[in-house]
Design a protein around this ligand. Structure first.
Ligand SMILES: O=c1[nH]c(NC[C@H](O)[C@H](O)[C@H](O)CO)c([N+](=O)[O-])c(=O)[nH]1
Length: 168
């Protein structure tokens, strides 16, 4: 039976073999970012993507994700080893100032623009949470009994699906 997670169903026939995927993740909120990265990697490997075709790089925070994704996609293409998709991963947790809103807005618009301009699917791997507990649950490491659902898995699946869509 297909996993049904809030409107997300597993697309049929997702074969990721031969795809190259870039993951750029933040060091901010790393204890939550790490399980998200692992969830994306494990899901992509389960869909046939080779571990050696998954390149993982890191940046300080979410505000740096658009630039890093843009420049790494461009340099891989220039080197003749283009990526089929990119998954920028960051966790924004609302603090006591408006910093969160400005970064969340800038990073989300930036990430969207990078994908459209590069013509390469860029998955929205940003958690924008009001509390740390919300973020932990969405990384599948919640403190409650359920532990939540690791959204990194959805992002890995989306990267494979969108790569195949772009190749058709
Ligand atoms: O990834 C994050 N970066 C954050 N700030 C750093 C920002 O992304 C940049 O790295 C920094 O402003 C330097 O450019 C965060 N907060 O400030 O709350 C946050 O929650 N998450």
């Amino acid at each position: 039976s297909k996993d049904f997670v809030k409107g997300l169903t597993v697309a049929d026939g997702l074969n990721g073999s031969g795809l190259r995927v870039l993951i750029v993740h933040t060091r901010w909120n790393l204890p939550i970012v790490e399980p998200l990265v692992q969830g994306a990697v494990n899901t992509m490997k389960s869909l046939g993507v080779s571990e050696s075709d998954i390149v993982i790089r890191q940046v300080p925070g979410s505000f740096e994700l658009p630039f890093a994704t843009q420049t790494l996609l461009a340099s891989a293409k220039a080197a003749g080893r283009p990526f089929d998709a990119a998954i920028p991963i960051g966790v924004l947790i609302k603090g006591s100032t408006m910093h969160f809103e400005y970064i969340a807005d800038a990073a989300s618009h930036g990430i969207m623009r990078v994908g459209l301009e590069a013509g390469i699917p860029v998955i929205f791997g940003l958690l924008t949470c009001l509390t740390e507990d919300q973020a932990l649950e969405r990384a599948g490491v919640g403190k409650g009994a359920s532990k939540g659902h690791n959204h990194g898995e959805d992002w890995g699946m989306g990267a494979v699906e969108m790569s195949l869509l772009a190749k058709k």
